[in-house]
Design a protein around this ligand. Sequence first.
Ligand SMILES: NC(=O)c1ccc[n+]([C@@H]2O[C@H](COP(=O)([O-])OP(=O)(O)OC[C@H]3O[C@@H](n4cnc5c(N)ncnc54)[C@H](OP(=O)(O)O)[C@@H]3O)[C@@H](O)[C@H]2O)c1
Length: 392
Amino acid sequence: MVYVKFCIRNSSSGSLRQFRWISEGKKIGDYSNQVGMADNWQTLLSGLLWRGKIIMDDVFVWLTHYGREALSDALPGFLGGVCESDARLDDKVAVITGCSAGIGKITALEFCKRGARVIMACRDLEKAQKAADIIIKKAAQFGNPGQVIVRKLDLASFKSVRECANQILATEEKVHILVNNAGVYCPWKLTEDGQDILYQTNFLAHFLFTMLLLPRIISAAPARIINVSSLLYTWGDKETNTDMAPRKKSYSTFYAYARSKLAVILFTKKLSEKLRGLDVTTYAVHPGFVQTGIFREIDTTIHPIVQRILESSMSRLLFLKSPWQGAQTTLHCALAERAGKESGLYYSDCRPRKPVRKARDKQNAESLWNFSWNVVGLPEDYDPIHRSRSSD
Ligand SMILES: NC(=O)c1ccc[n+]([C@@H]2O[C@H](COP(=O)([O-])OP(=O)(O)OC[C@H]3O[C@@H](n4cnc5c(N)ncnc54)[C@H](OP(=O)(O)O)[C@@H]3O)[C@@H](O)[C@H]2O)c1
């Protein structure tokens, strides 16, 4: 077996920088020292090149011999991971946000195939209904499909989030699976609530939606909450608990996106702590880099590394997953027996991974929780967890 493992911390987070080259189980090089002073990818690369031809030859041999599977091991989140669970979801209710396209649509299809009552919470009802019709038709081919219901949810409006949650509270006694999947990558804009549209859609609105649905989720226990994050969280500014709205001048879509996805991981961990003992488990998921419409509004502020990955057709071929592949980690967290015994973790390629330190910062998670509670307008005395406990 041959594999390369590397972890790099960017200069602001201060996480571990190391590069290891392991061949046939034997470590033949450890470049921690050489790249220990590296502050960026360019320095790291020149460090590697400095080691010369041996590395480049070995990388070439390794790539050609071991192909995509090995690449996926070395670069977690890019290609691998398949949900192996064949669990059915008969009589279970699954709510998915933003599932009229991409990863969410595949997730809805897989749940429906397994017999779930799937609630597609989407902003464009016409597009969502078309997707629902396709899902129902496809799922029927597998026998014993579930149901699909479309509900209006615009995450860029807290009012819409409340209306959608109220509809679900009125019609569903239990919610067994919640997938906070919807996401945007778009230029700066303020929502009607005065928030940065990206931060609100990707994180704040999902925070509110989860809090409002929590009584139904707790009463469905064992239940699972899956929050779709992204590996790009590593670039997230660790001050997740500040208002982005006034920052137009210095705004970068890339960093705002990264920050929203870091907030998702911190929220997932904090939520798991709050729900301890209630048999409701939480998961933050990196789906991989997937060929979907998420980056359609890409602008010049995108990080050069990501821009290169997206623009090159070779990179697309090598690095990008299909939407089906992209949905696998979400499905693993929602369905796998093993995942049901874990909570609050960050997953990529159907496996828990240790996120960088800033995504494990308890103090940051606590202040993010309090900040979000105020911003989304939840009353101080609203206590979905205690309320559910006492109504048992
Ligand atoms: N694709 C990737 O490489 C990648 C990598 C890491 C993480 N992710 C994450 O994976 C998740 C799914 O994204 P995707 O790749 O499947 O992209 P996608 O195809 O663009 O799907 C995003 C979904 O979110 C919905 N949405 C956007 N704004 C909304 C709003 N205000 N209210 C309600 N729904 C809204 C979209 O609805 P419309 O159809 O109406 O636009 C769409 O259904 C996102 O959270 C994304 O950040 C994706």
